[in-house]
Design a protein around this ligand. Sequence first.
Ligand SMILES: Nc1ncnc2c1ncn2[C@@H]1O[C@H](COP(=O)(O)OP(=O)(O)OP(=O)(O)O)[C@@H](O)[C@H]1O
Length: 256
Amino acid sequence: MTTPTPTPALRLIGLSKAFGDKRAVDNVDLEVPGGSFFGLVGPNGAGKTTSLSMAVGLLRPDSGRAEIFGVDVWADPVRAKELIGVLPDGLGMPERLTGREVLSYLGLLRGMEPEAVAKRSQELLEVLELDRADSTLVLEYSTGMRKKIGLATALLHAPKLLVLDEPLEAVDPVSAATIKVILQRFVAAGGSVVFSSHVMAVVEQLCDHVAVVTGGRVVASGPLDEVRGGSSLENRFVDLVGGQPVSAGELSWLAS
Ligand SMILES: Nc1ncnc2c1ncn2[C@@H]1O[C@H](COP(=O)(O)OP(=O)(O)OP(=O)(O)O)[C@@H](O)[C@H]1O
C-alpha cells in the first residue's frame, strides 16, 4: 500500500503575471511542504511580491493557479483566507488607530467573538512585545512595530499558513529577533511559514526550504541543504542570477 502524499501548505501551478510588456512572474511552479519554514529569496524586482500576492488571492494571475492546503485560492477564497495569515509588503493599515484597535477591528471583521478577539489580541500584543499598543497610533509606529502589529493581524485567527512579504526588511534588530522567535514557535507548533527576503543570511538562518527567484522565475527550490549544495548559498545565488564572483565582504550588505 502506498502512503498518501501530504497536501502541500502552498502550491503554485504555472503562475504568470505581466504588467504591460513586463513579465513580472513567468510560469512559476512551487511547492511549500506542510510544516516547513520556507524562504523565497531573490534580488529587488525578482517577482517575490507579485508571486506572493497571487498566492494569497490579492492579485489575479494572468494564468495558473494557487492552492492553500489543496484549496484553490480563486475558486474558494473564503476557505482559503481562513487557512492563511498574510503580511503584505505595504502594510497599509489604518494609521489613526492604535495597535489594539487594529486587532479588534480585524478580529470582529473576520467574525471572531468579541471575547476571543480581546483574549487573542492581548496574547499577541504580549508575545510581540507591543506594550504601547494602547497608547500609540499606528501613525507613530516604527517599521519594526508596524511589522509586529502586521504579524499580529496575520496570526489573529490562528491560521495554518503564514505568508509574509519581507517581514524583516528595515526592522530594528530587537524587533527582528522577536519576530524570528514568534515565527520559529509557529513552525514548531505545526504551522507553515513562507516569507520573502533578499537577505541570504536570514533565509539560511531560519529556513528548512528555499526557493531562489530571479527575473520572474524560480531557478532553484527544495530543502535548504539541497539548494545550497556544496558551496555557500551566496555563491550559488550569484551563479544563478548571473553576477560576477563576489567576496563575502562585498556581500555583507545582504546580512544587514
Ligand atoms: N503594479 C505594478 N505595475 C507595474 N510593474 C510592476 C508592478 N508590480 C511589480 N511590477 C514589476 O514587476 C517586477 C517584479 O516586481 P516584484 O515587486 O514582484 O519584485 P520583488 O522581488 O518583490 O522585488 P522587491 O524585493 O524590490 O520588493 C518588477 O520589475 C516590478 O517593477
